[in-house]
Write a protein that binds this ligand. Sequence first.
Ligand code: UD1
Ligand code: MG
Length: 458
Amino acid sequence: MSVHAPNVVILAAGKGTRMHSDLPKVLHPLAGRPLLLHVLETAWALEPSCCCVVYGFGGEKVPQAIGDGRVIWVRQGEQKGTGHALMQAQPHLTTAPVTLVLLGDVPLVSARTCHNVIHHASNGHVAILTVELDDPTGYGRILRAFGGEVCGIVEERDATPEQRTIREVNTGIMALPTARLAGWLDRLQPNNAQGEYYLTDVVAMAKADGVRVMAVQTQHASEVLGVNSKADLARVERLYQKRVAESLLRQGVTLADPARLDVRGTLRCGRDVMIDINCLFEGEVELEDGVQVGAHCVIRNTRIGPGTIIQPHSHLDGVQIGQGAVIGPYARLRPGTVLDSQVHIGNFVEIKNSTVGVGSKINHLSYIGDATVGSQVNIGAGTITCNYDGAQKHRTVIEDYAFIGSDTQLVAPVTVGEGATIGAGSTITRDAPAGELTLSRCKQLTILGWKRPRKKDH
Ligand code: UD1
Ligand code: MG
């Protein structure tokens, strides 16, 4: 905690009426994580003296979903406005000179911008973060006196037609002298169109008390957009994704189309990584040098080794892959899949909780679950590990250099020995010895002269 560490209060109790949803607004996901979590991340980056989150609508859902023990959670029983929300937090604040207010529905503001606002509030001033928007609809407008000094904020619903033409708006982010806060909040009145206690009224009070109000205008409109509707949420999501794509491009990643990439988590890329269109990355994903990801892949919590190629329409979740592997198209790799180098997995192959050794190939239409597959193994089309007996899961072991003929069922627990060959169409229920051919198959039969039944003539 630095000497001037501020109090941070995040207002997050509102219902978000305009979202038309039962989910509290601040829990709606941006890049796969609740809006509030993005704001909290920024708050922690400020190393605050304390961090209060005011919650209310949705009850305990909000603290439960966020699950952050460092937060001082303050409940606002009834949502009577942003000023009323801050009143609830005020008794929990430390004596830190500055209190920074963030809104749970303004998720993209950077720590740098917050620092700037805090800096302007030192010496007992009030600092508000403002922005000029081409379309200011829905935001509180900044009122300035003749000298240009900020003298108030008027909400759109309370504004005169003339005030509505003002394009400088309140971002909702402000820094206030903590010692003055209780006095100002006490004096708030719900005399407005919404009958709410507006935090924004504090600005005119400060002015009346002779406190300077500094407007810190940001040039980064994209940082301070508020989310009040699903349209806003979609807009903010696109902005977020654009930033991620731009950062990847700067690092040297080739993106077939930066507008058709979604990252919901962290994507780390080595050199010369190529990503085709419409790929979705979730959780923690790492693509090492030279990885190529084809179009329409969904990749979650996965690490992919150098030079590996993921062909289009593949779905990977909780997977580790070595170098030089070729996966897909249409592969489905589920949690616990560990593939060594040079492995080939083809179309319509599902693998879960299994390891596959160097250079092994499973190229078509197979299900491999709870298996240990050695190296240089070839698994033919339509091979199924029957790993579940209705109560328990069992393992299949396939040792190095084994060859599994097409359309084989391996009924686990079962082991196929090193270099063994399984004849196509077999149901293997007992261990197959190393180096030998094992098959289970009815003898082929031909009935000479047999005639197909024919429909009766009428
Ligand atoms: C607010 C500002 C407006 C600003 C805009 C920026 C006020 C009166 N208005 O308007 O000047 O331009 O943000 O996005 O402050 N909240 C509570 N308790 C409540 C009401 C709201 O915690 O009783 C929380 C909400 O969860 C939300 C935030 O405060 O995260 C802002 O509330 P919202 O209703 O979205 O205010 P806006 O109309 O956007
Ligand atoms: Mg809002």
